[in-house]
Design a protein around this ligand. Structure first.
Ligand code: SF4
Length: 343
């Protein structure tokens, strides 16, 4: 596809959400990325939170963490370029270690940064024998300390699969709260700086952690009230990383893939997605017949680091190559593969 063809294709898909000059400029970069991708036998995985042109022009697969982990595990390409954040690229390397995995920018995550492997070890010492469930939004060494991983889409199924009265669920405070609400479990958030009591209060079934997604924590019940007053027939979808109060006040809650399917399969007059803004743009571009309210200004600063320019540079200069020490990788792979087996 030449630059003019790419421009026309993009104009047809994202013309309603991206200015013309930007499409023209990025069409050139997209053609070069696609050429290099072929030359290097690479695959590009684009998270749902990628900006609309990158999402629709160079990504071979798009999806949420779980979906893309599966693609990373199955690919026979030599190079995996992960257009997402570091913990996702690490998961690709964990599942497919013989491949070169590239992350175009050193993009982090407030949730992944909220907990360390030493924190998990301390929790395991304090609550011996209690299985550890870790959200995939964590770094490899934290996954390695866990029994099983989960995503926002399968967290309840993972917790139920353990058949354990009590679980340690890390590190997202709100996702844990939402899982506790759905499973009827009582949750506590222990403070590790306090000395562990010999007679620990056993009136709990979930042990959480105070990590938060800096994007989803911003939405409030007050936002929902204000939107409903203005648009009484709006359907509001909230990501499970939003607070339990926000989720309860919404019409639907699910992972990014579940939200996309929900919008595709319903016929509401208008929708509001309480999640990262680019995802709303990407759904609006793919479904111009759906009326998406465009009030969103919450962009993840980490996802936002991935651009067309640094994706091109990543393929040209092999930056940033992801490495995971083998001892950690093997343990982390066990936790991730156990999750994938559940679905
Ligand atoms: S949206 Fe939230 S959870 Fe996702 S990468 Fe950004 S900070 Fe992390």
């Amino acid at each position: 596809m030449n630059v003019q063809q790419m421009y026309e294709r993009l104009k047809g898909i994202v013309g309603n959400v991206v200015p013309d000059g930007e499409i023209r400029y990025k069409a050139e970069i997209a053609v070069e990325i696609n050429r290099l991708k072929k030359e290097r036998n690479a695959v590009i995985l684009g998270h749902n939170y990628m900006e609309p042109v990158l999402y629709h022009s160079v990504s071979d697969y798009v999806g949420d963490s779980l979906e893309l982990s599966r693609k990373a595990a199955a690919t026979d390409k030599d190079v995996i370029v992960f257009c997402g954040v570091k913990f996702m690229a690490e998961t690709a390397k964990i599942l497919n270690p013989s491949k070169t995995v590239l992350l175009p920018s050193d993009a982090g995550c407030s949730l992944a940064a909220s907990i360390t492997a030493a924190d998990v070890r301390a929790l395991k010492e304090r609550f011996p024998g209690v299985p550890v469930v870790t959200y995939v939004n964590t770094y490899a060494d934290v996954k390695a300390e866990s029994d099983i991983c989960c995503t926002s889409g399968n967290a309840v199924a993972v917790v139920n699969s353990l058949g354990s009265q009590t679980v340690i669920f890390l590190p997202d405070e709100f996702l844990a709260g939402n899982v506790a609400r759905e499973t009827g479990k009582h949750i506590i958030y222990p403070t590790l700086s306090l000395p562990a009591s010999k007679s620990v209060d056993l009136d709990y079934q979930m042990i959480g952690w105070k990590g938060r997604c800096e994007v989803h924590e911003k939405y409030t019940v007050e936002d929902i009230r204000a939107i409903r007053e203005q648009y009484p027939d709006v359907l509001i979808l909230a990501h499970p990383e939003c607070s339990p109060d926000v989720v309860a006040a919404s019409d639907y809650s699910g992972s990014t893939m579940a939200m996309i399917k929900y919008v595709e399969n319903t016929g509401a007059p208008q929708y509001l997605l309480l999640t990262e803004c680019s995802m709303g743009d990407n759904i609006a571009a793919a479904h111009p017949e759906k009326n998406m309210l465009r009030l969103c200004s919450v962009r993840c600063p980490h996802m936002n680091q991935i651009t067309m320019e640094n994706t091109l540079a990543s393929l040209r200069e092999n930056i940033i190559e992801i490495h995971v020490p083998e001892e950690i990788r093997v343990k982390a792979a066990r936790a991730v593969e156990r999750m994938i087996a559940i679905g």
